[in-house]
Write a protein that binds this ligand. Structure first.
Ligand code: KG4
Ligand code: ZN
Length: 358
């Protein structure tokens, strides 16, 4: 047994005896370098996020190599900031958790390697966390009473899923996108409307002054009674509408187009998510949570809140600061695994296409 095994083993044994767990969490899956200290998966002692948005704006999207290089520069200071804000040292932590997939492989590797180094040096248990599980766990930071099982609509830049959260670390896929993720569709439509990166929040802003009923974009696939989504056809319909107008000289207000696109996507997500929550009601008691970067969208939050209330479903969504990528949610997700005694060894790798189902 190595010195590390002995020290980490002692920490883990203390956690199993019910000692409070302070987790140092790290997230570098895409374009945010983030670190946080979270106690018992629910109490955020600090959350530091360095966003790379200004670096990627000139390219209209995330450039993977630029993202990795920026993570390498910022990871040290961001971790230090998280510890300082919590008023604690590395030696006072009980575990180190890090996102190990899905995401950009070069970006993931920075956080993963850094987290391994910290865990090894401090003799702390180490574990990798699934990025989507983290987004889901962002809800635990906002609702102290929320526990699995519940249904969750996960909408981010890379994923659109309806997931049955059966336990803290057990997930079942109910529906998924067949093509683009919801956030990706927002970003692509924003781009054709000449809005700067990141497209989603900028499109939402533009939509505020538009008429959401001005244009209709039908999608036979989404009107079916399945739980899978398809957004690429809607995106193409918006792009075609804009090109046709440009060719014929018809004047189109981009705000109307943005608002109509947003309404279409929000309607599809809301209808399927609430129907899935009702289907699962026998197991969950009727609980629907929202997660992922697009959960910051107020139109989506509002529509889900309204339709959930009408359907008798309890609706949960993370505080705004925990909607887009952050490390506090990683600390929340890690606690669910730690409670089960799930830790990883230092051979853990970054997995760009990691599945959330066991
Ligand atoms: O979860 P996230 O921060 O990163 C991924 O894991 O992908 O999600 C980023 C995605 C981007 O596509 C971004 O445009 C979208 O979430 N997004 C939004 C809003 N805020 C972020 N989409 C629509 N409305 C928003 N307010
Ligand atoms: Zn994310």
């Amino acid at each position: 047994m190595t010195e590390y095994d002995r020290r980490a083993g002692e920490k883990l044994a203390a956690l199993k005896r019910g000692q409070a767990a302070k987790v140092l969490a790290i997230e570098t899956s895409c374009d945010e370098t983030a670190a946080a200290v979270v106690e018992n998966g629910r109490r955020v002692l600090s959350s530091a996020v360095h966003t790379q948005i200004p670096l990627h704006v000139p390219y209209g999207g995330v450039v993977p190599e630029i993202a990795s290089r920026s993570h390498v520069q910022k990871i040290g200071p961001v971790v230090q900031r998280a510890l300082e804000q919590a008023g604690m040292s590395l030696a006072q932590m009980d575990a180190v958790a890090v996102t190990n997939g899905p995401g950009l492989v070069g970006a993931l590797l920075v956080g993963l390697s850094y987290a391994k180094g910290l865990a090894y040096a401090a003799g702390l248990p180490f574990l990798g966390v699934h990025h989507i599980a983290s987004h889901i766990a962002a809800n635990y930071l906002t609702y102290a009473e929320l526990e699995p099982p519940f249904t969750c609509l996960v909408v981010s830049g890379g994923h659109s899923h309806i997931i049955a959260v059966e336990a803290y670390d057990r997930y079942r896929l109910i529906g998924r996108t067949r093509d683009d993720a919801a956030g990706e569709a927002f970003d692509k439509v924003a781009r054709v409307l000449d809005l700067p990166y990141p497209g989603g929040p900028n499109l939402e802003k533009l939509a505020l002054s538009g008429d959401p009923m001005k244009y209709t974009f039908h999608s036979a696939f989404n009107e079916g009674d399945g739980f899978d989504f398809s957004f690429s056809g809607i995106k193409t319909a918006v792009v075609n509408r804009l090109h046709n107008a440009r060719q014929t000289g018809e004047k189109i207000d981009p705000a109307d187009l943005a608002a109509s696109f947003q309404r279409t996507v929000v309607d599809i997500l809301t209808e399927k998510a609430v129907r899935a929550a009702l289907l699962e009601r026998g197991k969950t008691g009727g609980k629907l949570a929202l997660a992922g970067g697009v959960s910051a969208n107020k139109a989506l939050r509002g529509a889900l809140e309204k339709r959930s209330a009408e359907a008798g479903v309890a609706f949960y969504c993370p505080a705004f600061e925990y909607c887009t990528d952050n490390a506090a949610m990683v600390g929340a997700a890690a606690y669910g695994k730690l409670r089960e005694g799930c830790v990883d060894d230092f051979s853990l790798n970054a997995i760009p296409y990691l599945s959330i189902e066991a």
